[in-house]
Design a protein around this ligand. Structure first.
Ligand code: AMP
Ligand code: ZN
Length: 465
């Protein structure tokens, strides 16, 4: 049973999806006004491991991510400037050019880090219609109001607005004086913008028609909208970095549940930050830590992934070059050890289940990535395992870890392929004649040569292990 820390209840819980083995997962995507810093990338590594870990446990994960290309202000609660506009001004480009460029840069970083692209990735600006439909319903049902041409969500209308953040209204109001630029149109300081028509940004580049006038959506509504459109009314997991808890995810919950009329997402899973030694990692501060910069300094992206996986996603992690040196050395050594294992096909089943179970336990234990890595070392040390069995297990673990621990090309020559196909045919015949002993014998024979038979709906195929 998968156990995961749920920020909503502030405890580790058994994970039970709404629909059997299908997991509906939403992850907040990047705001594409600049390169991602390596802190942002830590969060995407954690989400990638969560998705792959769930798959290892036998779940089918349907994962959706947005790409923010409008409405995210420099201050997360509507104040400041639109980040996209700021990026466009900085580089004397259009918002669209900025979005195209940095979205590509983001996915290129992800590819280098073996972060799989979610099944559905959608830009915020592609779903204006959905936001308009949702906002209209929120207005009709009294959760939203119009003031000075803008539409705001009234947080006083929902129960438990502060449940996710654990904050209380009075604490927030103390902070509010210093941090929130007062918007006189709001009934309560924490009401948030769903749609802006007359805002202070006369130069807002992208605007759309709406029942309330030409304008643009607030940041929070995009995630509620895209999630609703692609994942429906019930969500199993919603992820992001801890900074998203308030106000972004708090506001997502308020507007989605007001719109749907019922509870929306059961598990909120947040990754802690990567900080530099001076504190918070920020794009506007000093040396801007990108993956590209690490590569230029000679580090491999996967050594950075390894560095992240050695600590738990719920612990803050401090980045230093010394720590990354350590991770790069350990990673190189690990890969070298694995390279030296004999490729002689000699597989022994005996302890495979034992190690696979241990690996599943590490995943299920609130995604304990450092235990997953320790298991790789345990397998390497285990003298009862043949080298080939070690490779088999490490290869399986690497489906989740994605560290390219075994990176040689898996290919076979045409004679071997002929032999496999002949054996599969022979086995099919044996099965037809109900000679299951013979069929099993052929399957085991191939397995020992490092070839696994897969009986699918459309016949039998194989994979090289
Ligand atoms: P953004 O592109 O600013 O919308 O952020 C993308 C993701 O990175 C979000 O899930 C944030 O919560 C997360 N994030 C922001 N700063 C950090 C950090 N220092 N460490 C880890 N994750 C972060
Ligand atoms: Zn979001």
């Amino acid at each position: 049973m998968m156990k995961i820390y749920n920020s909503l209840t502030r405890q580790i819980e058994n994970f039970t999806p709404n629909e059997g083995k299908t997991v509906r997962m939403y992850t907040c995507g990047p705001t594409v006004y600049h390169y991602a810093h390596i802190g942002n990338l830590r969060t995407y590594i954690f989400e990638d491991i969560l998705e792959k870990g769930l798959e290892y446990l036998g779940y089918d994960v349907l994962r959706v991510m947005n790409v923010t290309d409008v409405g995210h202000m420099t201050g997360d609660s509507d104040q400041g400037e639109d980040k996209m506009l700021k990026g466009a001004e900085r580089e004397h480009k259009t918002v669209k050019e900025i979005a195209d460029f940095y979205e590509m840069a983001f996915f290129s970083d992800c590819a280098k880090l073996n972060i799989r692209k979610p099944s559905i990735v959608e830009r915020a600006t592609n779903h204006i219609d959905t936001y308009i439909t949702m906002i209209q319903k929120l207005l009709d049902t009294g959760y939203a109001y119009e003031a000075a041409g803008n539409i705001y969500f009234d947080v006083s209308k929902v129960r438990n607005y502060y449940q996710l953040s654990g904050k209380n209204q009075d604490d927030l109001f103390v902070g509010v004086r210093d941090t929130v630029e007062e918007d006189k149109n709001k009934r309560n300081p924490y009401d948030f913008g769903l749609w802006f028509t007359s805002s202070k940004f006369s130069n807002q580049a992208m605007k759309w028609d709406s029942p309330w006038g030409v304008g643009y959506p607030g940041w929070h509504i995009e995630c509620s909208g895209i999630s609703y459109k692609y994942l429906g009314e019930y969500l199993d997991i919603h992820c992001g970095g801890v900074d998203n808890i308030f106000p972004h995810h708090t506001n997502e919950i308020a507007q989605s549940e007001a719109f749907l009329g019922h509870k929306w997402c059961n598990y909120w899973v947040h990754g802690e930050h990567l900080n530099d030694s001076s504190g918070k990692m920020s794009k506007s501060k000093g040396e801007f830590l990108t993956l590209d910069l690490l590569e230029k300094k000679g580090y491999s992206p996967l050594a950075y992934r390894f560095f992240c996986l050695n600590s738990h996603y719920r612990n803050q992690l401090v980045f230093t070059y010394e720590a990354l040196d350590g991770a790069q050395n350990a990673y190189n050594k690990l890969k070298n050890r694995i390279k030296q294992l004999s490729r002689n096909p000699d597989l022994h089943d005996d302890k495979i289940d034992f190690y696979e179970e241990k690996f599943k336990e590490a995943i299920s234990n609130d995604l304990n990535t450092s235990s997953m890595i320790t298991l790789v070392y345990d397998v390497l040390k285990d003298e009862e395992l043949t080298d080939f069995t070690k490779l088999y297990l490490i290869n399986k673990f690497d489906q989740v870890l994605s560290l390219d621990l075994i990176d040689e090309e898996k290919s076979i020559d045409s004679d071997t392929e002929d032999m496999i196909l002949r054996k599969i045919k022979e086995r099919d015949e044996a099965k037809k004649n109900k000679d299951y002993d013979k069929a099993d014998k052929i399957r085991n024979e191939l397995f020992e040569k490092g070839i696994r038979i897969i009986d699918g709906k459309n016949g039998t195929t194989y994979e090289i292990i």
